[in-house]
Design a protein around this ligand. Structure first.
Ligand SMILES: [Zn+2]
Length: 197
């Protein structure tokens, strides 16, 4: 009995010596392959999210991680653009300004609205009667919004998905639309030659 028990013990200790070594060599073989695969994927994702060059068209979709947005945006921009927050009325310097220029997305720089189509709605938020490329704009996307106990149409940047504001049907001619936009979501790029005059 004692011999059998001893033999068994020897066998089991033999196995335990070989098994971990087998697993170890497996991992040593597979891990570098995984490392290379993930490295290639990371490079690919990074290339996709790289900021566009100046002459590049801005119709492509920009995907960034939540962590990247938190790093790139101010806390207030993050709250409005990424968490669908709303500026307090009459707080944005863009509400009253009549400076000529193009309003771009504060998150990704896509051109969204023109000062030519901005008007004073009296609402307390910068208002436009259409996006920069018209009502069938591919610069802004719309989505039904069921928050705040009402159905509204939310407007967001088609490139980065950043929340801009809402669109209503009580705007002036010629479109009858009111794009009610958070100043925090915008950045005004003054028209060349208009600045400082
Ligand atoms: Zn954007």
């Amino acid at each position: 009995m004692a011999r059998v028990a001893c033999h068994n013990r020897l066998n089991s200790s033999d196995n335990s010596m070989f098994k971990p070594r087998g697993r170890l060599s497996y991992f040593l073989f597979v891990l570098p392959l995984l490392y290379i695969a993930f490295g290639l994927m990371a490079t690919h994702v990074h290339a996709q999210s790289a900021p566009p060059k100046e002459n590049q068209t801005m119709s492509d979709t920009l995907v960034r991680t939540d962590a990247e947005w938190r790093e790139l945006l101010t806390p207030e921009q993050y709250r409005v653009l990424r968490e669908k927050g709303t500026d307090r009325a009459f707080t944005s310097p863009y509400y009253e300004t009549k400076q000529a220029g193009v309003y771009v997305c504060a998150a990704c720089g896509q051109e969204l609205f023109s000062s030519d189509e901005k008007y004073d709605s009296g609402s307390g938020w910068p208002s436009f009667y259409q996006p920069i490329d018209g009502l069938s704009s591919n610069k802004v996307d719309m989505e039904k919004d069921h928050t705040m106990f009402m159905v509204r149409t939310e407007v967001h940047c088609s490139r980065c998905g950043g929340h801009l504001g809402h669109v209503f049907d009580d705007g002036p001619k010629p479109t009858g639309k009111r794009y009610c936009i958070n100043g925090t979501s915008l950045k005004l790029e003054p028209k060349e030659g208009d600045e400082g005059k």
